[in-house]
Design a protein around this ligand. Sequence first.
Ligand SMILES: [Zn+2]
Length: 106
Amino acid sequence: MRRIGSNLRPAEQKPQRNLRNIIRYSDDEKPRNDYPKRIISPTLPKKCCSDRNRELVGNIREIDGFKFCYKICQKCGHAVRYFYPAVKTNDNTVREYRAFKRYLTQ
Ligand SMILES: [Zn+2]
């Protein structure tokens, strides 16, 4: 049984727990997109794996406030799970943090 809201606390402690990763990293198998069942990806990204070549696969999912999607490089098939950085409730915090970082790097 699934109780909505009851899993917020554990998710904060262990954000990866409920996120089943469908990407299988292997250099022995050919890259393959069997989304949403499985994505077979080379173990390491290459130079081609830029944002321009990476294409969003499937829908953006959300689990416990974390939004993520899968992205696959169109050239070599390297796949990543991409997490969106901001959740609405802490937008301000994120913005402030980024401004702070920018200040540090200048
Ligand atoms: Zn690539």
